[in-house]
Design a protein. Structure first.
Length: 317
């Protein structure tokens, strides 16, 4: 395929193909374009999966191959794209995903405390001032992600008019620049500490000249909506700084993982699913049940065992 992409205008006969996308060379011998069949692609897919390549990566490689073959069709080098009819087997249950990578309550507090980049003792006064502002911005964002379980787009769309510091509630009215409608427009509570940090950030925002009812965490210009990728990057940096990484140095969770963390901590503490569903702003509790099915049975089992243990003494009399 390398030769084809390099010499795609060559119209003299079938072009030799050496598949180079994700282990193509290891699983398929060099063939001519008109010899790439669905059967050959099926064999390649099966070989990659057998090697332990993730379903997601195999799917991505198949899309690349399909795009190349589509171009070959456009160049009249082959009559049809054989990859179009190839269907990958269903993805196996992802243990990591079903477990919903989350933080423990202690790790969440560790993130709040050590994630933001606070000034160092040797920093100049000017640098200290900049770092203190940035640390407060990140700390307030982390706490809202961890308490209110906001999605990235909801963080970007949050405005000060939707934050009630007096009651410690946040109403999600915007997801990015889209208006949230229906039952999902519900106020959700945050802890007193998060309310305190938000109040500090509100005051700092005013000193920075941000609009009174503008975005809580605006973009670089202080007025426009922040890019959702910036939320993920800020969370990743904070996790690394707090030492919350795996053996490969990868952050333990994503920004969305903080949402899963909040839901899982609530459920593990025995909060009713209907309450957790409302906090997550799911359309109905069935969605919450489906996503957190791995947590709920454990909670119910522990609750039942505790009830049985509590009843045991009276039953023995």
């Amino acid at each position: 395929m390398t030769d084809f992409t390099r010499d795609r205008d060559d119209q003299h006969g079938p072009l030799p193909v050496g598949f180079t996308t994700h282990s193509f060379d290891d699983t398929i011998a060099p063939v001519y374009l008109d010899q790439v069949t669905r059967r050959e692609i099926d064999r390649w897919v099966a070989a990659l999966l057998a090697q332990g390549v993730s379903h997601r990566n195999v799917s991505a490689s198949k899309r690349v191959l399909s795009a190349i073959l589509t171009h070959a069709v456009d160049c009249d080098l082959i009559p049809v794209n054989p990859a179009k009819s190839v269907r990958l087997p269903a993805a196996p249950p992802d243990a990591d995903k079903s477990a919903r990578r989350i933080l423990t309550a202690a790790q969440l507090e560790q993130l709040y405390a050590h994630g933001p980049a606070d000034p160092g003792p040797n920093d100049s006064p000017a640098k200290r001032a900049v770092l203190e502002v940035h640390a407060l911005r990140v700390r307030s964002m982390l706490r809202v992600l961890g308490d209110a379980a906001l999605r990235r787009d909801e963080v970007c769309g949050l405005r000060w008019e939707d934050v009630d510091l007096a009651t410690g509630t946040i109403t999600v009215r915007f997801s990015g620049d889209r208006i949230v409608k229906g039952k999902r427009v519900l106020p959700v509570g945050v802890s007193s500490k998060t309310r305190e940090v938000l109040a500090d950030w509100s005051e700092q925002s005013r000193l920075l000249g941000h609009a009174e009812n503008g975005y809580v965490w605006p973009g670089r210009d202080g007025a426009s909506r922040m890019n959702p990728h910036s939320v993920g990057q800020a969370v990743a940096r904070a996790l690394r700084k707090a030492g919350l990484v795996d053996d490969l140095g990868k952050p333990l969770v994503t920004a969305h993982g903080l949402r899963h963390t909040r839901a899982s901590l609530f459920l593990a503490a025995g909060e009713p699913v209907v309450y957790v569903s409302a906090h997550l702003r799911h359309a109905n509790p069935n969605i919450t049940n489906a996503i957190y099915a791995h947590v709920i049975p454990n909670v119910h089992r522990e609750s039942i065992l505790a009830r049985l243990e509590a009843e045991a003494p009276s039953a023995g009399r």
